[in-house]
Each structure stands twice: as structure tokens, then as C-alpha cells.
Design a protein around this ligand. Structure first.
Ligand code: SF4
Length: 264
């Protein structure tokens, strides 16, 4: 039996005990109630052109995206590698979040990862260490990855916003939009086949702001040749362990698709 199939025989109970709910606290953001649309009133879903841009646009996300819309085809990125992009993001002051955080948390993982995970924003621990998902929610994500047959180092992990919102509040629509070009550039450089949206923020900004995480999760959503799987944010599992079963089912789905893409 391959390692990739072994995980299916496990139970979602590997995700921890019910006491996690009391321990959920100040790490990773994602404080939104389930099913709440984060990004304002309903808007049209993103089209192909909106996933492209020519140059570092933060500070004027809307106009940059609009400019990209008018561009024919897929314009070249201004950065050749994730390292180059990370340097650019480290100097970003495009929204007010930079003024209140310790450092930019760019993301980490395999730069050629087939599967990418996108959360909401850095929490306190992430802000201190400069790494995504290393607090309690991150530790739970590690357990989810392991149980699903993934090593943390073989996927890529990032967030919608790269700077910690004060008090771990949700990023505002303006902050999320200001940071979105960085996330899009990450996705274009990594070129994952599958993107797991951890929570409503990533689901709204990457798939459709009208989606509710409770109804969107567990289903594949295709956008511009990429397949997105929304599921609950690990912080939501810490607050409500009853969601663990749903995440387990979603991750089995992700793993099965990963195996299919790899021809196993
Ligand atoms: S959150 Fe994003 S857009 Fe705002 S300052 Fe940080 S890197 Fe720039």
C-alpha cells in the first residue's frame, strides 16, 4: 500500500481533541463567522484578465487590475522568481497594515508546489517569526497536512494579506485588494495545479466574493485553469471542532485529486 493511500484509513479525529476550542486565541486571523461574505456587496467573479498585471501595483490595486484587464494576453511578471518577489513585497507599504506589523510574512514552501494553501493573514506568532501558519492554527494545519499525506515542505503556504492586521482582526476589503496582486504573482510564479482556500477570505478573494464558505467548501471551483478547493480555516476548527470532519472530507478530496494529477 502506498503512503498516499494510507491516510484515507485514518479518522478526522487525528486533528485533535475538543479542548482545542478553548485554546483558540491570538494566532492566525480568520475571525469571520462562517458563511459571512467578507468582501462587501456581491460583485462579479474575477475574469481571466484580472489575474494578470504588468508591474508591482500595490497601493492602487483596483487600477492595476483594471490596467491588466485591458492588456491582451498574459503580460510578463516583473519578477523572475519568488525570491525576487519576496524582496519586492518586503518593501511594500501599500496599505496601513505595514505600519502596525513587525514584518511582512511572504509565504513559504516548495516554489514548484503542485498544491498551494492560502489563509487569511499572519497572526501574532507569524508576525514575530516571519513565517505563515506557525501558531496554534498552523500546528493544526501541519497535522492536517500530515494526515492527508502531504509534507509541509512539498506544498506552498501563503496568506491573502502579508502583514498582520492589528488584534488579528479581519483584513478590510481595501487591504485585501491592495495585497491581492502579490498573491496573484505568487500563484503565477509557483504555478500550482490545486489551491486550497483556507477560510472565507481566501475563498472570496480568489474564487468569488459572493460565495459562502459553508456552502462552497468541499467542491472544486475552476478559475483560469486552476482548481480551487475552499475549506474551513484551521482557526475555525480550533473554535469549533465539529468542523473537523468537513475539513477531513475536503482534504481527502484534495489528496485524491493530487494523486490523480500525478497519475497514481
Ligand atoms: S498587507 Fe500587503 S499590501 Fe498591505 S503593506 Fe503588507 S504587503 Fe503591502
Amino acid at each position: 500500500m502506498t503512503a498516499g493511500r494510507t491516510y484515507i484509513q485514518r479518522s478526522f479525529t487525528f486533528l485533535g481533541d475538543e479542548g482545542d476550542a478553548q485554546k483558540a486565541g491570538s494566532d492566525e486571523t480568520s475571525r469571520q463567522p462562517d458563511g459571512v461574505t467578507l468582501f462587501g456587496p456581491p460583485q462579479p467573479a474575477m475574469e481571466d484578465g484580472q489575474l494578470s498585471f504588468l508591474a508591482p501595483p500595490p497601493g492602487n490595486g483596483s487600477s492595476a487590475i483594471a490596467a491588466a484587464d485591458s492588456a491582451a494576453g498574459e503580460p510578463a511578471l516583473a519578477w523572475d522568481s519568488l525570491d525576487d518577489l519576496a524582496l519586492a513585497v518586503a518593501g511594500c507599504t501599500a496599505c496601513r497594515l505595514r505600519g502596525g506589523c513587525t514584518q511582512v510574512v511572504f509565504g513559504e514552501g516548495d516554489p514548484r508546489a503542485m498544491v498551494m494553501f492560502v489563509g487569511e493573514g499572519p497572526g501574532e506568532t507569524e508576525d514575530q517569526l516571519g513565517r505563515p501558519f506557525v501558531g496554534r492554527a498552523g500546528q493544526l494545519l501541519d497535522r492536517i497536512l500530515t494526515a492527508s499525506g502531504f509534507e509541509r515542505g512539498e506544498v506552498y503556504i501563503a496568506n491573502v494579506v502579508k502583514c498582520r492586521p492589528p488584534g488579528n482582526r479581519q483584513p478590510s476589503p481595501e487591504e485585501a485588494e491592495a495585497c491581492l496582486p502579490w498573491l496573484r504573482a505568487q500563484i503565477r510564479l509557483i504555478r500550482p495545479r490545486l489551491v486550497v482556500c483556507l477560510g472565507a477570505a481566501a475563498t472570496g478573494i480568489l474564487i468569488d466574493p459572493r460565495l459562502r464558505i459553508t456552502s462552497a467548501r468541499g467542491k472544486w471551483h475552476e478559475r483560469n485553469g486552476l482548481r480551487y478547493m475552499p475549506t474551513f480555516h484551521p482557526a475555525a476548527l480550533l473554535r469549533d471542532p465539529s468542523k473537523k470532519r468537513a475539513v477531513w472530507e475536503d482534504m481527502k478530496n484534495v489528496r485524491a485529486e493530487y494523486e490523480r494529477l500525478r497519475g497514481r
